[in-house]
Ligand binder design. Structure first.
Ligand code: ADP
Length: 414
């Protein structure tokens, strides 16, 4: 409270000094003009100067006092109108005093007063009009801010009034858009986190419950030798699946946290592509697919982590084999373009449904047709591939036409 009063007093003194200097300057100019136009005797000029200073000081005291103390917390409209009124009353007093000093006739004085009241009324009307416009816009902004604060993030205000107010409304709307976007991003991140946890739970629960059933059956001695052998084979398959899944999850979490350490060394991508073609050929032959490579020109050496890029190639070619029917064709292409090495894996498979398109790089996302474990993997392959390529400062993208095939392309900087 003390601080508030002190700061008001300080503001009053500061405004008084400023307004006082302006009054002094204005009185000086008025005397100079009177001297040039009326050429009065020096004594009258002195009287005029003193009178202007006195009436100016009274006006300044009243005006600044009102604005700093009484008018501080009042409505803008009242503040403007009272300020104009003070101005008009002071002008009226000035004219009255000047008229009596100049011995004007009562008729002239009344006419002057009438004119002053007329022009004063017009000024007050303008004050009222401007303040109404200002107040309306400010109130709209206040309402908008309150709605934003109460969580209605789609609140926008209409821009109107003078340029500053239009700019203020635009800034307000931009702030609301930014708030809404970041809130939406946060909501989506929260949603994906929930989906991720649910997917991990689901992918572990299914193999774990079949492990439990098979071990219980063996323990209870209800399986013969042949069945036990079969179950043991399946148990080791489930264990391998779960360790693969846990390893993938670990890799993904490292990629997410930016903690993955790449062991980059200069290497030849063409060799890696040939190795991939060799290692995946047997898988493709099972489905009688034609797996071939096309390397356009010479691919210069570039720095990359061989194991990680090998993993990306295996994921992409593995997917192409998995999602391409028997007898289809899978092509691995590499070429150099604008300072980058591009690698594409093109298949003549089922393609990707438009609904799946935007989400296939998300962890655990499986296309509609690959939701069963017997058909697809855990849905981590593309998410990991994307993370690994981005860790190499590269990008990965997909083009696909349903029923005709897909083309996954990644770029690595040279
Ligand atoms: P998954 O382990 O299910 O293959 P990925 O992350 O590798 O997981 O792929 C995610 C999804 O993207 C797949 O479930 C599949 O629907 C789709 N997909 C990936 N590659 C292809 C492809 N070559 N052709 C058609 N669909 C594909």
């Amino acid at each position: 409270m003390v601080n508030l009063t002190q700061s008001r007093n300080f503001k009053f003194l500061r405004s008084l000094m400023l307004a006082g200097s302006v009054t002094l300057f204005a009185a000086g100019i008025a005397v100079l003009l009177a001297f040039m136009w009326l050429k009065p005797p020096a004594r009258e000029l002195g009287d005029l100067f003193s009178y202007l200073l006195i009436s100016g000081s009274v006006s300044v005291l009243l005006g600044v006092g009102w604005l700093v103390y009484a008018g501080q917390n009042t409505r803008l409209q009242l503040q403007l109108i009272v300020t104009y009124l003070i101005g008009a009353v002071i002008a009226l007093v000035n004219i009255g005093v000047t008229a009596s000093l100049m011995f004007l006739s009562a008729h002239d004085f009344s006419l002057l007063t009438l004119l002053l009241i007329f022009s004063g009324s017009i000024s007050i009307f303008f004050a009222y009009y401007i303040s109404t416009q200002l107040t309306r816009q400010v109130q709209q902004l206040v309402r908008g801010a309150n709605q934003l604060a109460s969580g209605k993030l789609d609140t926008r205000v209409k821009g109107g009034g003078n340029r500053e107010l239009v700019e203020l409304s635009q800034a307000f709307n931009q702030m609301a858009i930014n708030l809404q976007t970041s809130f939406e991003k946060q909501r989506q991140a929260e949603q994906s986190r929930k989906e991720l946890i649910a997917a991990i739970g689901h992918d572990l629960r299914t193999p774990l419950s079949s492990l439990r059933l098979m071990t219980e059956a063996i323990q209870d001695g209800v399986t013969d030798e042949q069945q036990t052998k079969l179950f043991m084979g399946r148990i080791s398959g489930e264990v391998a699946y779960m360790s693969g899944l846990i390893e993938d999850l670990f890799e993904l979490s490292q990629l997410d946290a930016g903690a993955l350490k790449l062991r980059c060394e200069p290497g030849n991508l063409s060799d890696l592509i040939s190795d991939t073609l060799e290692s995946m050929r047997a898988q493709a032959e099972v489905k009688h697919q034609n797996l071939c490579g096309e390397i356009a020109g010479h691919i210069p050496q570039l720095s990359f982590d061989t194991r990680k890029i090998q993993r990306v190639l295996n994921n992409l070619v593995g997917n192409a084999i998995r999602y391409t029917p028997e007898g289809g064709k899978i092509t691995l292409k590499a070429w150099v373009e604008s300072g980058k090495v591009l690698v594409s894996v093109i298949d003549t498979g089922e393609g990707i449904k438009p609904d799946d398109f935007d989400r296939i790089f998300e962890p655990f996302y499986r296309g509609e047709r690959s939701r069963g474990r017997e058909h697809g993997g855990a849905g981590l392959g593309l998410a990991i591939s994307k993370g690994l390529i981005e860790a190499h400062q590269g990008t990965i993208s997909v083009e696909s036409s349903e029923g005709k095939g897909s083309k996954f392309t990644f770029q690595l900087p040279l």
